[in-house]
Design a protein around this ligand. Structure first.
Ligand code: ASP
Length: 346
């Protein structure tokens, strides 16, 4: 039997066309997009599509839209074998990571894709990305979907969504997964490395956890940073989780005023999370003396999370009404394949 795929169109460059008034790229209607890829009719699967009422540039993406995408998947879950979400590349890693946290008991593929050049462009990367994403979403083994997680497919690579990050605004090869291997490769054959795919125990029907809170602050530190800027950002009212993008393995400058400020915030109940500015590798609080104070105040480690996963995980967990200890335990746990606590070789 032919597999049935639902395309969920949210916007992004893939479906944009040039506005001849101001020459800028604006999202356009999905019917136009399909007309520009006649090759889709050659695929050995059937598909339907669902589109945002007004397609958006993904810079305008918000958690309300994450919930809308999740609802579309939930409402169509029984009727389709897989889902391909067409999304702008700018915030694709955020949406795809958020979805990985929000959806439980996922037994079908949810593949995010997009493109760097619009579908109508002669040199577009959209066709390959879209066609291969649909093929990946259709892959089955022993009558079961081969992929049972949220992924990003882009420029011949299939990545775990909550491990992926946009690293290039120019190259077609726009995404990378610095701390987890590529799950699949599109070459002459489509190769999915089954041992690397997510295999979580299924405990019931698919559910969507749509509670969230965006009371999350992020501070990227740099040498010689202005004190009043840091104070005003860290003292911002209503922020409940604060992520510091620290140096290297989670190191910070040790000026007493900075340490005192962080201690004060932790004492007030803020979830202080330490991430790293490095794309690869992981946070190891306490490895250097410059993170000793963080160890002492029991800052939460984001280990090897991407920044996108670190932020969306905080947004998701803040919505779950957890105590500080429950938040810490959940944040530092590997919920959906997004995190590893130890080096492969110690
Ligand atoms: N600004 C666009 C977006 O994220 C870029 C893209 O799709 O590549 O929607």
């Amino acid at each position: 039997m032919q597999t049935k795929i639902l395309l969920v169109y949210t916007g992004g460059t893939i479906g944009m066309a040039k506005d001849y008034g101001d020459q800028s790229l604006k999202p356009f209607n999905f019917d136009n997009l399909l007309k520009r890829i006649p090759e889709l009719s050659l695929l050995d699967c059937s598909f339907d599509y669902s589109s945002f009422e007004t397609p958006i540039d993904s810079s305008d993406m918000k958690p309300e839209y994450w919930v809308e995408i999740a609802h579309t998947i939930r409402d169509n879950y029984e009727a389709y074998d897989g889902f391909v979400v067409l999304h702008g590349t700018d915030t694709m890693a955020y949406t795809a990571s958020a979805l990985s946290f929000m959806i439980d008991n996922l037994e079908k593929p949810v593949i995010f894709t997009g493109s760097q050049l619009p579908i109508g462009d002669l040199r577009t990367d959209a066709k390959e990305n879209l066609i291969t994403s649909i093929q990946l979403a259709s892959l089955r083994k022993d009558h079961q979907p081969l992929i049972k997680e949220v992924c990003i497919y882009f420029e011949y690579k299939l990545l775990r969504a909550n491990r992926a990050t946009k690293i290039n605004a120019e190259n077609f090869d726009a995404f990378e997964s610095p701390n987890y291997p590529v799950i699949g490769v599109s070459g002459v054959h489509l190769e999915v490395k089954e041992d690397l795919t997510l295999k979580l125990p299924i405990t019931g029907p698919l559910t969507i956890n749509e509670k969230y809170s965006t009371d999350v602050g992020v501070l990227k530190i740099f040498p010689g940073m202005n004190r009043s800027f840091i104070e005003s950002v860290i003292n911002a009212p209503s922020i409940k989780a604060f992520i510091i993008e620290a140096f290297g393995t989670g190191n910070i400058f040790t000026d007493q005023w900075f340490i005192d400020l962080l201690k004060e915030k932790v004492a007030q109940g803020i979830h202080l999370i330490i991430n790293t500015q490095c794309a690869g590798g992981m946070v190891e609080i306490g490895r250097y003396a410059t993170s000793d104070a963080l160890l002492e105040m029991r800052a939460i480690s984001s280990y090897d999370l991407t920044m996108e996963a670190a932020i969306t995980k905080a947004i998701y967990l803040l919505g779950q009404d957890l105590t500080h200890e429950e938040f810490r335990t959940a944040y530092e746990a590997n919920l959906k394949g997004e995190l590893r606590k130890h080096h492969y070789i110690e």
